[in-house]
Design a binder for this molecule. Structure first.
Ligand code: BGC
Length: 951
């Protein structure tokens, strides 16, 4: 008889096979009556057209079925429209084993072993964003091979307290480092046609009472510490899905938190993907309906009773909730389906457990292991000089990959440290093993280990934490920062028995005061994944020169760290107040002058590096403020990598600022004697802080110290810089791109050169390098506008305007505070059917008060959203045939609110054109009757021209 889990396994297989054959069928077979291929299946159509089309075919009940789960990790298929079942899976460290369908028990499959990457904190310790990309790419390939559409990771919550049970999954304490590492990961994963799901948004920094704890944090710390990684995931990586956090923020659960999801994520940042709940993180139908949740997962109810299932349908039918809100959720879900190519017959099929993926796992471990102490060059070990090595400690043989809860992996294999050491030490060295400690272990374990230590030439002690609940595991925090199972005493006895004791700790940070000064060498190995034993052995024996750096401060004792020093953990009466504000991690230790055990950014090497020749080169023609340049030389005898870190210290800030903050870093690989010039460009953001009063980012007119170091407390070079002394227009450049930028556009902000103006000509312009970014150039400029166009990819939502009733367009803007204001434009490009033709017509909406309108005023006081009124101007602009129609603010001297968003329906605009004296009937026909199409979106680059007043 087949067991339930086997049946489940078959069901999975069948539906995956089914999905593939459906997809193949779509290109050839008519599935919808006479229509040969509906637009939503036509990959040459722009995504938004396909979304609109599919949306229009769904019944109300089908729509409801799309926005909640139909098993632990799937959503329902709609065979009528060939919408396949969507498969989600954890998580950040690889593709988790299949469970369910309706329980958390394993599905019992034999084909769900995967590559187990090191834990997130180990990836962060590499300080190598390229490795982030490789890891994401490998996991994306495995996800495809296992038929997954959405992968639940990376986790980017900030390490606020050493006790958080999920610190091992996350990327450390610093927003800049976390952002840099997650962007690469997401880009790599999504390059495989799999959606990443950045999580848990937001302020999910402890596991204590995790489903309910309410977090109170000031606006500035929210913006500067807790949100940057999410913002980078959205705006720099273009992440397709995001998971709400379990906890509450300002009294509302994060999975339906209006401020976080609607106002910040969707309105301000322009996020176009879907927001899903954490599993059982939804609590209320009305809030879920209205506050930004798009997909409900894991609720502890029957699927039909989920908050966004029948209860939502009932309220919609009664007219108590708007249908438009449902459609918005569907759009976001459909967009992710289309972005991941679920209807695409040529979708990537992936690969599982390849040597290349295992190589990535090993490389991350090799670069993530941190050498914290190495007295008298105790490491690396030389096997030719050792007869017997005693390996001691439970973690030498314990496997971790499967542990930790949702981030655990059923590893294809896992090399434990003992096996790695035995293999590397070679046949001539006698490796003996003694467990030394264990949960509930007796004194005899320690005695045997001490005897083993005495009999050996060297000891490798491998201890630390594990994934048992209460240590590094989801669902609970640690009770303290101590090593468990009497390891503090054990290490002291071992080192007394054999002074040549190398300590290797797995897990996250622990107190080390009891023994640290007695041991000659210490390695932090985190949870190094399936290749961890090999990677560790290579580091111990010097085949790999350690280059990891701590992504979080290791305090000497728990009470030194900010949340605990101020008594703000775990919270009282259900609320935890982040009273330390900005002073998280090293920001606290440095500002308060508290000596940590090991500082943020710290990590030793088997070689030495010399830093020299710091130069601060004010930027001339890009969006950078200054380029920081210096030399690094490997002055030792072995090859190695150094992570050069750049911190900024502000001298006389108007508001309190942390002592210093990481604003750049570079990992440099050098042969012995080799020297390299390192360049780190700094943008304006590197000098800014968030002014909650002004609701914007500001930089004071002040001097800043640029500090270059090997860690946050080992600073080797410094110089001062006063950004305001540079002859440059001071302008804020935020949200220059219409919201779809993050969605479709291939550009990163870095790839677009922003040229700040000067005091004489205070204008920002953008330049693109068309030959390197794959776009064809269509260099035209209207008062500073530039755009590129790629005919090969031009499948943008072509629509006959005459068949169109509504073209909603919205954009958000930031005018940069009270003293600056600029122009923002939003445009539609129009052209005839010939796909190779350049656009013949451009329609712009302008917001700002600095432009000179072209042509004539044709209508006044058109009120769009947010109470902003516009005049409508229109006119022609050279070259001939190129028309610009503009909305202008009603009062030319009026200021827009400094930050906000506008929504207009472009069709209203066209309707206004008709019959206006300035416009000939022909011109109107050009637009509406002559079959112009709107072309924009993928393949197009538009960017805002910005003018501002020099200060
Ligand atoms: C975790 C998420 C995870 C989800 C699904 C939740 O308990 O918080 O990170 O993705 O379960 O396993």
């Amino acid at each position: 008889m087949l067991s339930v889990s086997t049946l489940w396994g078959m069901r999975i297989l069948l539906s995956q096979v089914g999905a593939v054959s459906f997809a193949l069928a779509w290109s050839t077979i008519s599935i919808l009556g006479a229509e040969s291929q509906p637009p939503y299946l036509d990959a040459s159509q722009p995504i938004e057209t396909r979304v609109d089309d599919l949306l229009s075919r769904l019944t109300l009940e089908e729509k409801i079925s799309i926005i909640h789960a139909d098993s632990k990790f799937t959503t329902i298929a709609i065979p009528r429209l060939n919408i396949p079942r969507r498969w989600l899976d954890d998580g950040p460290h690889g593709v988790r084993e299949d469970i369910g369908p309706d329980t958390w028990n394993p599905a019992g499959r034999t084909d769900d072993f995967s590559t187990a990457m090191p834990s997130g904190i180990c990836l962060a310790a590499t300080w190598n964003p390229d490795l982030g990309y490789s890891e994401g790419e490998a996991i994306g390939q495995e996800a495809r091979a296992r038929g997954k559409d959405i992968m639940l990771g990376p986790g980017v919550n900030i390490l606020r307290t050493p006790l958080c049970g999920r610190n091992f999954e996350y990327l450390g304490e610093d927003p800049f480092l976390t952002a840099q590492m997650c962007v690469g990961y997401i880009r790599g994963e999504q390059s495989q046609g799999v959606a990443s799901c950045v999580k848990h948004f937001a302020l999910n920094n402890e596991e204590f009472d995790r489903m309910n704890i309410n977090v109170e944090v000031d606006e500035r710390a929210l913006r500067e510490i807790y949100l940057p990684a999410f913002k980078a995931a959205v705006q720099d990586a273009g992440v397709w899905t995001l998971m709400g956090a379990y906890n509450q923020f300002r009294g509302q659960h994060c999975c339906h938190n209006d401020y976080l999801l609607n106002q910040i994520l969707k309105d301000e940042w322009g996020y176009k993907g879907l927001v899903m709940s954490d599993w059982a993180g939804t609590h209320d139908t009305r809030q879920a309906a209205l506050n930004g949740l798009d997909l409900e997962m894991g609720t502890d109810k029957k699927y039909d009773d989920f908050y966004l299932a029948q209860p939502y349908l009932d309220l919609l039918k009664k007219g108590e909730l708007p249908l438009a809100g449902l459609d918005e959720k569907i759009r976001r879900n459909l967009r992710v389906m289309l972005a991941t190519g679920v209807f695409d017959a040529r979708r990537k099929t992936g690969s599982l457990n390849t040597a290349a993926h295992q190589e990535v796992a090993r490389q991350v471990a090799e670069e993530g292991i941190v050498l914290l102490k190495n007295e008298n060059q105790s490491l690396p070990l030389d096997p030719t000089k050792l007869k017997t090595i005693a390996v001691i400690g439970e973690n030498a043989t314990r496997l971790h990959a499967h542990g930790g809860d949702s981030s655990g992996i059923k590893a294809f294999y896992e090399v434990n440290p003992l096996d790695g050491i035995v293999k590397r030490a070679g046949g001539k060295v006698n490796v003996i093993y003694s467990e030394g400690y264990r949960k509930d272990g007796g004194a005899d374990l320690a005695e045997r280990a001490i005897a083993a230590a005495k009999s050996a030439d060297a000891v490798i002690y491998i201890g630390g934490l594990n994934h048992d609940r209460g240590f590094d595991c989801e669902g609970a925090d640690r009770a303290d920062m101590k090593l468990p199972y009497g390891q503090d005493e054990l290490i002291q006895k071992i080192v007394a028995a054999n002074p040549k004791t190398i300590v290797v700790l797995e897990g996250t940070m622990v107190e080390m005061d009891a023994w640290l000064d007695k041991v000659p060498a210490l390695l932090q190995a985190w949870y190094p994944g399936m290749e961890g034993g090999n990677a560790l052995a290579k580091v111990l024996f010097g085949d790999v020169n350690p280059s990891g750096k701590l992504p979080a401060t290791f305090p000497k004792k728990l009470s030194d760290s900010p949340a605990h020093a101020l008594g703000n953990y775990p919270g009282t009466n259900g609320t935890v107040t982040y009273a330390e504000g900005l002073l998280v991690g090293y920001r606290w230790f440095d500002t308060k002058n508290i000596e940590p055990q090991f500082p943020f950014g710290f990590g030793l090497s088997y070689t030495t590096f010399r830093y020299s020749d710091l130069k601060l080169i004010p930027a001339e023609s890009t969006n950078e403020v200054v380029t920081v340049q210096f030399e690094i030389e490997n002055t030792g005898k072995v090859a190695g990598a150094e992570v050069a870190q750049l911190y900024v210290h502000q001298k006389n800030p108007a508001l309190m600022r942390p002592e210093k903050e990481l604003k750049g870093f570079k990992k440099v690989f050098l042969k012995p004697g080799e020297k390299q010039t390192v360049s780190i460009p700094l943008k304006k953001a590197a000098f800014e802080y968030y002014d909650a009063g002004k609701k914007s980012w500001v930089a004071d007119d002040d001097s800043f110290e640029i500090l270059i170091g090997s860690s946050s407390r080992d600073l080797r070079l410094r110089d001062s810089f006063h950004p305001a002394t540079k002859k440059q227009a001071r302008a804020k450049v935020f949200n220059l791109f219409p919201p779809y930028y993050a969605w479709n556009n291939k550009f990163t902000r870095e790839e677009i050169g922003w040229n700040p103006g000067t005091e004489d000509a205070p204008q920002w312009t953008a330049s693109f390098n068309f030959s390197t970014n794959g776009l064809y150039g269509y260099p035209a400029s209207i008062r500073g506008w530039h755009y590129g166009w790629n005919p090969a990819e031009d499948n943008l939502f072509p629509k006959k305007l005459s068949e169109t009733t509504s073209i909603p367009c919205s954009f958000s803007y930031n005018c940069g505070g009270d003293d600056l204001h600029g122009d923002f434009a939003y445009d539609l490009f129009l052209r005839h059917d010939d796909k190779k033709a350049a656009p013949q017509l451009e329609v712009m909406v302008w917001a700002g008060n600095n432009s000179t309108p072209i042509g004539e005023l044709i209508a006044t006081n058109i009120t769009v959203a947010d109470g902003v009124a516009f005049d409508l101007w229109a006119g022609t602009n050279a070259p001939v045939g190129y028309y610009v129609y503009s909305f202008m603010p009603h009062q030319k001297t009026a200021r827009l609110p400094t930050e906000g968003s506008l929504n207009v329906d472009m069709m209203d605009f066209f309707r206004l054109l008709e019959g206006r004296p300035y416009f000939s009937k022909e011109m109107y026909l050009d637009v509406v009757e002559a079959g112009f199409e709107i072309v924009r979106g993928k393949g197009w680059v538009t960017c805002g021209w910005f003018s501002c007043e020099a200060e």
